[in-house]
Design a protein around this ligand. Structure first.
Ligand SMILES: Cc1cc2nc3c(=O)[nH]c(=O)nc-3n(C[C@H](O)[C@H](O)[C@H](O)COP(=O)(O)OP(=O)(O)OC[C@H]3O[C@@H](n4cnc5c(N)ncnc54)[C@H](O)[C@@H]3O)c2cc1C
Length: 345
């Protein structure tokens, strides 16, 4: 079995890479340990409007749960700062599935319950998880789209070691919302709390720096009680999730015959945690560069478009967010909604 490209991971980064390549006739294998792409959802599900403009085919109506207009930030010192943030809260499972379906429709082969193990004898070793069967495949290139704890990154060089840890409940809203809400609180250290509306429901979560001595579930429960007592949400838990967010900035994505896209390459914002759009864009860029036979162009373009802003945010995280005792100083310097962010070098 020989493929032009093996794509490890069927999230938005891997799905987009496979789709971009298969559309032009490349022989692509995309694999995932999951039983179905996008399930379980580990996400607050917001994407900016620009992503739909760039990839309208990824956004059939059933993928969008609701439109949002602004992002409203609530500070512990009582200031409320609103910023335009037009976009969509998705049904993320449907979104991931849609991209993979497009890739398969274009001729990509999808193997689920299949784990990438590593490289040996110039071949790539995979494992069928249920059958516990290990076997090799040959591939001209391997695209590492295997998310925050990427094995492809780990086996080929520098990889992310610092993460934000998150926990999220889906809760009923008392009244529908048209904005994304962001809360900064002393009990959500090195991160923030979010309320992202999804029709009658909302994704309510916290992301914290795990180096602080607070349990992420305790932080989330405290956040939910605050929102319940404000009358924003009901306490009935409809869904639970969580996960890890790379918090270090971008790693060199080109490693010989292995190319990293999305969270695997650290293309996720180390402060806001936003990574879906970057995953899609890097997947598309990587696919185009592979088709043109110019892998260096991918590295150059990805670093130019994302490297400097994500690495700058990572530096700010280290500079300001490793202590959590003066939020009035830290928050305006680390969030783009505040003027101080832009003044600070
Ligand atoms: C709680 C939470 C909330 C978030 N909210 C938002 C948000 O609102 N907006 C936003 O833009 N971003 C958000 N993010 C970040 C966003 O989810 C990621 O940036 C995005 O999923 C990255 O896409 P990806 O394709 O790179 O990786 P993933 O979506 O993580 O996909 C990687 C895939 O690789 C598979 N895989 C891993 N290892 C292997 C292996 N060895 N073999 C085979 N398959 C493997 C995994 O099963 C997975 O399906 C959030 C993250 C979390 C945890």
């Amino acid at each position: 079995m020989r493929y032009d490209v093996l794509v490890v991971g069927s999230g938005p980064a891997g799905g987009t890479t496979a789709y971009t390549l298969a559309k032009e006739g490349a022989k692509v294998l995309i694999l995932d340990i999951k039983r179905a792409p996008g399930v379980p959802v580990q996400c607050a599900e917001f994407v900016p409007v620009q992503l739909k403009h760039s990839f309208p085919e990824f956004f059939p109506p059933e993928v969008i749960a609701q439109d949002v207009k602004d992002m409203v930030h609530f500070t512990p010192w009582g200031e409320v700062v609103s910023m335009n943030s037009e976009g969509y809260v998705l049904h993320r499972d449907r979104f991931d599935r849609r991209i993979v379906e497009l890739a398969v429709r274009e001729g990509a082969e999808l193997r689920l319950r299949t784990r990438f193990l590593g490289f040996e004898d110039g071949r790539v070793w995979l494992e069928h998880i249920d059958r516990r069967e290990r076997y090799p495949v040959e591939a001209g290139l391997v695209v590492g789209a295997d998310g925050p704890h990427s094995r492809t990154a780990r086996l080929t060089g520098e990889h992310t070691r610092n993460f934000l840890t998150t926990a999220q409940f889906t809760l009923p809203l008392r009244e529908k919302l048209s904005d994304l809400l962001i809360y900064f609180r002393d009990y959500i250290p090195g991160g923030y709390g979010w309320v992202f509306p999804k029709g009658e429901l909302a994704n309510v979560g916290v992301g914290i720096d795990p180096e602080y001595p607070i349990n992420v579930m305790d932080s989330l429960r405290r956040f939910v009680s605050e929102l319940v007592s404000e009358g924003l949400v009901e306490s009935k838990i409809v869904g639970r999730t969580g996960g890890w967010i790379p918090a270090e900035g971008v790693k060199r994505p080109l490693r010989g015959k292995v190319i990293l896209v999305g969270d695997a390459g650290g293309f996720c914002h180390p402060i806001t945690g936003g990574g879906i759009a970057n995953a899609v864009y890097t997947g598309s860029m990587a696919g185009e560069s592979i088709l043109e036979g110019s892998l260096e162009d991918y590295e150059e373009e990805a670093m130019e478009v994302f490297g400097s802003s994500l690495n700058r945010a990572a530096e700010k995280r280290i500079k300001y967010m490793k202590s959590w005792d003066n939020l009035r100083f830290i928050i305006p310097r680390t969030w783009i909604a505040f003027e101080e962010y832009w003044k600070e070098e």
